[in-house]
Design a binder for this molecule. Structure first.
Ligand code: NAP
Length: 286
């Protein structure tokens, strides 16, 4: 028996359709500004997908492309101008920034009420305090929405989060452990000993490590739920020269009870949650 597919595209479509009436109720369309520094090809793909989602929903989007050698102070000035512009409701600075540019410092400059990525310390701090009504980081919030949509009961269950990054693993663990979700959470990382046996105890595994196919079938308890956040470019002999792989081996489908695919899992949910945050930010500002 193969795992049930947790279809992120379908779940994202449901999130987007729930936004239509909220956007209409706003009167004027929300406005998202996306700043992209440099020419990282994957970043351009992600920003293109975000722009298309805005178009689908009638959200205005403005893209500010800055060259890779833009001085730090100019990026700061760009963010500050967007903060001051009352016509802009959401600001996103696409990660990664060029080598050596302090991403946390830039994130900290974004007005928290326009911080649609949910990475500002004020928004993350609210999450630590157990308040999930603000702007939540899109990828972990998207995972929570997918789990709810798929009917996965988290209460009292063992959830293992692989990865402890600021943008995925840590906020993911907080969201799983919050009151109402009520999972018992283990965070595993590169120093975790015998990560396979940690995973074998899990009812739910969220893999966010950036290591292609790291989670093997013999790491997974039969019937558990596996969410694959990973998006890894793996070089191959194809015309494109690479394919995308998740952090979970495809054969896990034979062991898990439910599993999200890559692509078509967490990726579309991240974008849907960005749209939701943009609408939420606009509602809060009005
Ligand atoms: P990151 O900042 O590089 O963090 C990776 C985490 O994985 C770190 O905590 C690291 O541990 C841990 N790790 C690395 N190798 C490990 C190993 N062999 N065993 C155990 N833990 C290990 O990455 P990220 O930004 O969180 O992203 C993770 C993955 O999710 C990437 O593939 C990324 O492309 C993908 N992603 C997808 C979306 C989406 O929308 N689908 C959004 C964001 C990210 P240490 O802390 O000990 O170094």
């Amino acid at each position: 028996m193969g795992a049930t597919l947790i279809d992120g595209k379908a779940c994202a479509a449901a999130v987007e359709s729930g936004l239509v009436s909220r956007i209409a109720a706003l009167g004027a369309a929300p406005h998202l500004a996306v700043v992209i520094v440099g020419d990282d090809p994957a970043s351009h793909v992600y920003v293109g997908a975000k722009e298309r989602a805005c178009e689908r929903l009638g959200i205005r989007s403005t893209r500010i492309d800055l060259p890779v050698d833009t001085p730090f102070d100019d990026v700061v000035a760009t963010v500050e101008a967007l903060n001051a512009d009352s016509d802009v409701n959401g600001i996103l600075v696409q990660s990664p920034l060029p080598d050596g540019m302090d991403e946390i410092a830039i994130t900290g400059l974004i007005d928290p009420i326009k911080d649609v990525d949910g990475f500002h310390a004020e928004n993350l701090g609210r999450l630590v305090q157990g308040d999930t009504t603000g702007l939540l980081p899109c990828t972990p919030a998207g995972v929570m929405r997918m789990l709810e949509w798929a009917g996965v009961n988290l209460s009292g269950k063992n959830a293992v989060v692989l990865g402890r990054s600021r943008i995925v693993g840590m906020p993911q663990a907080l969201l799983l452990a919050q009151k109402g979700a009520d999972a018992t959470v283990t965070i595993a990382h590169s120093r975790t000993e015998d990560i396979a046996s940690v995973c074998r105890d899990a009812d739910v595994i969220i893999a966010a490590v950036g290591r292609p196919e790291m989670v093997r079938p013999d790491w997974v308890k039969s019937g558990s739920t596996v969410i694959d956040v990973g998006v890894n470019r793996v070089e191959d002999e194809s015309e494109k020269g690479y394919h995308l792989s998740g952090d979970v081996h495809a054969d896990v489908v034979d062991v898990a009870g439910a599993m999200s695919p890559v692509p078509g899992g967490v990726g579309p949910m991240t974008i849907a949650m960005l749209m939701e945050n943009t609408v939420r930010a606009t509602e809060m500002q009005r």
